[in-house]
Design a protein around this ligand. Structure first.
Ligand code: SIN
Length: 297
């Protein structure tokens, strides 16, 4: 790794953190992810517990809560502590609850949700704050079905200063039709321009805001320049394992991730076995440009 990367990793890994008093927080890697214990999410959280979960979320970006026994209302009630939930048109979901996305795979599956690096819903005008996936069933064989999560603050901070400055002048078009390539897409999918480098609305930290799941092109560049630059940025996530943590699911595990500063990748390595979970998504705001002078088309 070059010194830009090493400096960025060290800054994040060694940043001082205050201790927690009401929850236990065990980091998954020095730069992303933490397992939280000492909480029963089916019960209302006390004020300090909730404040510490909020802080752990902003510090770690991905939180893992194991051995939680939740019904749908309890799952949603926990998510609503962070904001209103996104409702999808009924024709786009498997089931009858517009706020609940069923994530399932079995021997009949031809594909699974989220099987490439992506961030949920970035083609929306106001992409989501975060997602909460509650996995009820892990593959019967006892292994497989992990999810990778990458830190997009670090992805930005690992770049050289001239590259960071260049990217801050740019935006990108995110297209909801990209995941449907090769399939019949539903009508009315969103297509939105967002800054390429955004500022996290709660921490003010900069993050790279592109993902191969939804980002189509950079309108300020020629098509070939745009493709080459996006390929470089997409590849960075796949090429640099230091950016990621890997969540090994257990039954009744809930994972809460921040869509403003992470990408994720569900690994479908367990065919023909089954996996089942339910996801809710918390509404967010229109992303803030890191460069406040950036004008979107
Ligand atoms: C997703 O939300 O992309 C699915 C993640 C997973 O199945 O682990």
């Amino acid at each position: 790794m070059d010194h830009f990367a090493l400096d960025a990793i060290e800054r994040i890994a060694a940043a001082p953190r205050a201790p927690y008093e009401t929850i236990e927080v065990a980091r998954l890697t020095p730069v992303i992810g933490a397992e939280i214990s000492g909480l029963d999410l089916a019960q209302p959280l006390l004020g300090q517990q909730l404040a510490e979960v909020r802080r752990a979320f902003l510090e770690n970006h991905v939180l893992v809560f194991r051995d939680q026994v939740l019904d749908v209302d309890q799952h949603k009630a926990f998510a609503r502590l962070f904001g209103p939930l996104r409702a999808l048109p009924l024709e786009d979901i498997d089931g009858d609850d517009p706020e609940l996305v069923v994530i399932k795979a079995n021997r009949h599956s031809k594909f699974v949700a989220g099987e490439t690096w992506h961030t949920d819903g970035t083609a929306d005008v106001a992409p989501s704050l975060g997602s909460m996936l509650y996995l009820k069933q892990t593959p019967e064989i006892g292994c497989g079905g992990d999810t990778l999560f990458a830190n997009m603050h670090l992805a930005y901070e690992m770049l050289s200063p001239p590259m960071r400055g260049f990217l801050e002048e740019l935006s990108a078009i995110h297209d909801g039709a990209i995941p449907w390539q090769g399939y019949e897409a539903p009508p009315g999918l969103p297509k939105t321009e967002h800054p390429l480098v955004i500022r996290h609305p709660q921490t003010g930290r900069k993050a790279l805001f592109v993902n191969s799941g939804f980002t189509a092109f950079i309108p300020q560049l020629s098509r070939s320049e745009s493709q080459a630059l996006l390929d470089l940025l997409f590849d960075q996530v796949a090429r640099e394992p230091i950016l990621s943590c890997r969540v090994r699911w257990t039954p009744n595990c809930l994972v809460f991730w921040d869509n403003r500063c992470t990408q994720h990748h569900a690994i479908w390595d367990y065919f023909p076995y089954s996996r089942y979970g339910e996801r809710v998504t918390i509404l967010g705001d229109r992303p803030l440009a890191a460069n406040e002078g950036l004008r979107l088309g």
